[in-house]
Design a protein around this ligand. Structure first.
Ligand code: SAM
Ligand code: SF4
Ligand code: SF4
Length: 331
């Protein structure tokens, strides 16, 4: 075997997220990944830190480990791990803000674990575990951010419960940002979101998950179906429909029936929504062995047909798409 083939056989990895993303996690850590992964911590104990610049050294260590084929425990089996690619661009292109869990509803599927109304009320009163602003400004001050590409993803609990969200957003606008993505339960109308949409700097995503008030109440545990629809209507009136995404997460035993979805679809057409996303409850597609029931396909096929007729973009996240194609979840 020649030396070139030998080199090709050597396992060597890299991770795009490790190179260019930062995730302020609710575990009081700064991680390289998106909120769906528990990644290796670049900086721990953020609430006691004044600076995060050490993340650069930590990142170099993990990049080198992956290059040598040594995969840190947190990265094993991660979908973002890919064959090694030489990279000279380490500026931050995406920041996920997930440092708060406060919310004003209690979706029964919530990945943040906020599924109890009493816990939500207690949580709302608590301060966030650390503030991200000083860290974000430190990144700007040290020229570590790609200001044009920078994509901000507000994950967290719900943005309306993050007390200094306006200050954080205005700081990004002042210092340079590409797009600010705001997933929200949309219970409260937020002028700052309207402003971002009008400036073509924002994307709003809300999971309505239902076509009726009753189903909404069962899933979100608050009676805000009409309010959420009214808010969607107002954002579209004020800022157009090109960056408004409405999601339907199929939740087993709650909204997984075609009649509910038909009613949801009618509302979308009436509101002139142009982007719909269908997802499946992560608890089903990740946590346990789950065979996709036949009627899920009925919903997906109906959505495809209606979206085509009404010129609506239908998004299905890649992971969900592959589970739908395979017919069962991962394990
Ligand atoms: C934890 S939420 C935080 C943002 C905001 N409160 C919201 O719900 O849009 C982040 C995203 O994860 C999605 N999500 C949470 N739990 C999920 C689950 N079990 N299955 C699918 N999506 C889920 C939500 O719809 C939302 O788009
Ligand atoms: S491989 Fe996965 S867990 Fe590891 S840094 Fe990348 S995204 Fe995070
Ligand atoms: S609105 Fe978002 S954070 Fe709140 S309970 Fe629902 S999924 Fe969780």
């Amino acid at each position: 075997m020649n030396i070139f083939n030998l080199f090709k056989q050597k396992k060597s990895y890299s991770c795009k997220l490790l190179n260019n993303h930062l995730h302020f996690s609710s575990r009081n850590t700064l991680e390289p990944c998106c909120s769906a992964n528990i990644g290796p911590a670049l900086v721990s104990n953020l609430s006691n830190k004044d600076s995060i610049l050490d993340f650069i050294n930590q990142k170099k260590i993990i990049i080198n480990q992956l290059k040598k084929g040594q995969i840190p425990r947190e990265c094993q089996n991660c979908v973002h791990l890919s064959p090694y690619e030489k990279n000279k661009n380490f500026k931050i292109e995406k920041i996920t803000l997930n440092h708060y869990t406060q919310c004003n509803c209690a979706c029964i599927y919530c990945t943040q674990g906020n599924r109890d109304l009493e816990k939500i009320k207690e949580d709302e009163k608590k301060p966030v575990i650390y503030d991200v602003l000083k860290f974000i400004n430190e990144l700007y001050d040290n020229d570590l951010i790609d200001k044009e590409k920078l994509y901000i993803d507000f994950q967290g609990g719900n943005i309306s419960c993050l007390k200094n969200h306006e200050e954080i957003i205005n700081n990004f606008l002042k210092r340079g940002v590409g797009t600010i993505y705001i997933p929200t339960n949309n219970i409260i109308y937020m002028p700052i979101i309207e402003k971002l949409l009008q400036m073509k700097k924002g994307e709003l995503c809300t999971a309505l998950d239902s076509g009726t008030k009753e189903t909404y109440l069962r899933i979100k545990q608050v009676d805000k179906f009409e309010k959420s629809i009214e808010n969607i209507r107002q954002y579209i009136n004020k800022a157009g429909n090109d960056s408004i995404i409405i999601k339907y997460i199929i939740v087993n035993g709650y909204n997984d029936n075609i009649d509910e979805f038909k009613k949801f679809m009618e509302i979308m057409i009436n509101l002139n929504v142009k982007i719909i996303v269908i997802d499946i409850d992560y608890r089903d597609i990740i946590d346990k062995s789950f065979t996709i029931p036949k009627h899920y396909y009925e919903i997906v096929n109906f959505a495809k047909e209606q979206c085509k007729i009404h010129n609506i973009d239908l998004g299905i996240p890649p992971y969900t798409k592959s589970v739908l194609e395979r017919g069962f979840s991962t394990k």
